[in-house]
Design a protein around this ligand. Sequence first.
Ligand code: R5P
Length: 282
Amino acid sequence: MKVICTEKSQVLGTHIARALKTTVVSVSYSRFPDGEHYLVTGETDDEMVIVGSVVDNDSLVQLMLLTDACDRSTNHLVLPYMAYARQDKRFRPGEPVSSRVIARALSMGVSDVTTVNIHDSEVLKSFTVPAQNLSLAAGIGSYIRTLGLKNPLILAPDEGAMNFAENVASAGGWECDHLEKTRLSGVEVKMAPRQLSAKSRSVVIVDDIISTGSTIATAAGMLCQQGAEDVCAACVHGVFTGGAYARLMATGIRDVVCSDTIERSCSRISAAEEIARAIRKH
Ligand code: R5P
């Protein structure tokens, strides 16, 4: 078994290879003069772990080309982040079910798929091969433990993230609650407090994705008004679109961290061990 990875998942891919005690196959990525992607791989194995987050359209194409380049192997696809997963329904007539399109396309040429904190596990049913979803809640919990916060309050920004937040909180036996979020538009949300007071407490807001940052920024603003001592945020997938990371830090949040499902300089939690554990079970 060897590991191979797309350009934007090369650090995570290498760490997965290390955790699996195997090698990573080198790939040379370039483009034709018209902008089309080109790649050529080193020597592959009969069994390959293909690691590639779909973070944009280019990484999607690279992942499909990479899978085809490994077409003489048994391929386990690891999809740490799957863009388009949030368009998992036809919200309005005429829309595509984008998650289904991507899932079907990426099922071609692979024997199984592993995702990480996918937006909704229903999306797994759209792959045409067996698919499993892993959670980094425990890893985020372990990271929070390293911060040495006194009696932190773990908060989910909405009810949908409560299960995830509970799993994070169980790493330290911390209290956990969720806020009431109403999405007003793609970039605007409204937030209301629930039961537990944040006054004079360290709060860690946890979520699967930070995209525009409006969810976390609104939550953090409200918590600061309530008198929280300090507010941090941790997520699995740090999309940080349109300068979201900097905007969040400007709101006075003490720290914002994410995992390496999308490789960022604030990726302080790694999905590598969790993914390697799951791959070993195949
Ligand atoms: C929503 O269902 C997700 O769990 C996240 O809360 C959401 O994607 C965050 O988006 P944004 O950072 O744009 O508010």
